[in-house]
Design a protein around this ligand. Structure first.
Ligand SMILES: Cc1cc2nc3c(=O)[nH]c(=O)nc-3n(C[C@H](O)[C@H](O)[C@H](O)COP(=O)(O)OP(=O)(O)OC[C@H]3O[C@@H](n4cnc5c(N)ncnc54)[C@H](O)[C@@H]3O)c2cc1C
Length: 508
């Protein structure tokens, strides 16, 4: 254990048990059926836990492949088929619940490889390194303040320390009560940071949540600062699979669910949900119907709102859920992902993953040929490279190819050698499926339990009472949904874990 983690433990920064699980039979004592709608992280996490306890679970996924926003599928290129992903993902080490699910298929998590470094690139200022900080607070914060070229002692004196206190004082109720109606932009402005520190240390961070600062709740930003930096003993370093997500995650998880008697059905878009005596009837686009006592809706926010709207019985069965949907179903801004297959490589010292600050479109660059085996093989065969460019909150209405070209041009300003690379193939996409965390949205954010018996929600937009975000929130809410079902049916629940529940300076 690193010194910073030992110090962190002394002040209570360590893994915490939110729910110890257990409390019932190893398997459900009588036959129980459950349907999980959506085969992303949230849905498959729920399915894994339910299947292991003997629930006859069926996952219905609309797409031909599993994974949702962590999905992967084959793409035919002119020189061979490649599996490509919906986008590069950082698997942080405090993702305790998601990692617990992944351990089912690889107990040592050997497929996750550490990514060395986490640099932030800028056209204006020198690169800032985030990944090599000590893992735990308070030493990580001290090291950031002392080492960062973006913050000098004089800057710290000019900063408004009162305004900075909320960042250190995250509290699951008070933070939302005091800051949910303000924007992240207002919070950052109130800190009176020098422009460079704001751009290099804070803006890159807030962009990673697929929301614009001017439209994102300040409370949510404080919560994420706590989850990723100030309340977590694992640090900002992260790991990534060295195989595509289908091979590393979705195929083995499917086999695991099936081995325990569950079913995973793809190309099964759910079109409506009806209450029936003793449970629910779930209908799919091909006219099939599935009956179950319990249903977990583990779809993205716009899909959830659409499904609720298409289910005429729900206003009677779950009026609070229905009332929350119009606001909840509006996603965050569009995000763009462009994967480029190039005819040469960038400089050897470029990092595998880099965040980007203050470019109009580009937010991150990933060198897939130095990360993932199939891209590595393609690059070796062709003397090329595979680059993935992301924009986390881009302009509405711009076609994917245009966003891809904007990102490529912005990259050439940061890495001039990229201008000399010829594009051999491009796959570009723009989507809007990420949850919005708009100011004032917390009070009405739906939780896992709905007001209808046997109907649960899971996904990265669903509320948790403990710090979580993105993939980890998806997995945690999936497990919590499964736990509600297991407890209702007399079976043992799954443990749920998180980081320190409150900020270092939060009053009890
Ligand atoms: C480009 C990109 C990069 C990201 N990087 C990171 C990262 O570095 N770290 C991190 O933690 N997170 C990251 N995320 C976020 C992460 O992908 C999500 O938080 C997570 O995958 C959400 O999982 P989910 O199961 O809640 O939703 P989804 O993945 O959206 O899954 C929902 C599923 O429901 C299915 N569905 C929808 N409607 C229906 C229907 N009617 N019937 C049946 N099925 C339906 C969808 O097809 C989908 O498979 C990133 C996301 C993107 C887009």
């Amino acid at each position: 254990m690193a010194l910073s983690q030992m110090l962190g433990r002394l002040i209570g920064v360590r893994q915490r048990v939110v729910d110890p699980g257990g409390g019932g039979a190893a398997r459900v004592p009588r036959p129980v059926e459950a349907v999980v709608v959506g085969g992303g992280i949230a849905g498959m996490s729920a399915a894994v836990v339910l299947a292991e306890r003997g629930v006859a679970v069926t996952v219905l996924e609309a797409a031909p492949t599993l994974g949702g926003r962590l999905g992967a599928w084959p793409e035919a290129l002119t020189d061979g088929t490649q599996l490509i992903e919906h986008g590069f993902h950082a698997f942080f080490r405090q993702y305790y619940n998601w990692r617990a699910i992944l351990r089912r298929v690889d107990p040592g998590l050997g497929f996750l490889k550490p990514i060395p470094g986490y640099p932030i690139l800028s056209g204006q200022w020198p690169t800032e390194e985030f990944g090599r900080l000590p893992p735990a607070p308070p030493l990580n914060l001290l090291a950031l303040l002392l080492r960062s070229p973006s913050l000098r002692l004089a800057d710290l004196r000019r900063m408004d320390s009162d305004a900075a206190l909320p960042l250190l004082s995250y509290h699951p109720e008070r933070t939302y009560a005091e800051f949910d109606t303000a924007t992240a932009d207002q919070l950052l402005t109130s800190l009176k940071l020098p422009d460079r520190a704001r751009a290099m240390l804070f803006e890159v961070f807030s962009h990673s949540f697929f929301n614009r600062e001017a439209e994102m709740s300040a409370a949510e930003m404080i919560a994420q600062f706590h989850f990723y930096l100030l309340g977590n003993p694992e640090g900002l370093a992260f790991d990534c699979p060295d195989e595509d997500y289908a091979t590393a995650i979705w195929q083995p998880l499917t086999r695991h669910v099936e081995k325990h008697g569950g079913r995973v059905v793809t190309e099964a878009a759910v079109t409506r949900l009806d209450r029936e005596p003793g449970g629910w009837r779930v209908r799919t686009a091909d006219g099939s119907a599935y009956r179950a006592a319990h249903v977990v809706l583990a779809v993205d926010p716009p899909a959830l709102a659409a499904l609720v709207a298409a289910s005429p019985g729900l206003p009677g069965a779950a009026p609070r859920l229905v009332a929350r949907m119009p606001a909840f179903g509006r996603p965050g801004p569009p995000y763009a992902v462009a994967r480029y297959w190039m005819d040469g490589d960038v400089r050897a010292d470029r990092a595998v993953f880099s965040g980007v600050s203050r470019q109009p479109t580009l937010d991150s660059v990933t060198l897939y040929h130095r990360l993932e085996n199939s891209s590595r093989r393609w690059a070796e065969r062709t003397d090329g490279s595979v680059l993935e460019l992301h924009a986390y909150a881009c302009d509405e209405g711009v076609p994917a190819e245009e966003l891809a070209e904007r990102m490529r041009v912005e990259l050439t300003m940061l890495w001039p050698e990229a201008a000399g690379l010829r594009v051999r193939e491009l796959r570009a996409r723009v989507e809007a499926q990420a949850p919005a965390f708009t100011p004032g949205s917390h009070a009405d954010r739906p939780g896992v339990r709905t007001d209808a018996n046997g109907l649960y929600l899971a996904g990265d937009g669903i509320r948790t009472e403990f710090p979580s975000a993105l993939m980890e929130r998806a997995a945690a809410t999936g497990i919590i949904a499964a736990n509600h079902i297991l407890r209702a049916e007399g079976a043992a629940a799954e443990p749920v874990r998180s980081v320190r529940p409150r900020g270092l300076l939060a009053r009890r």
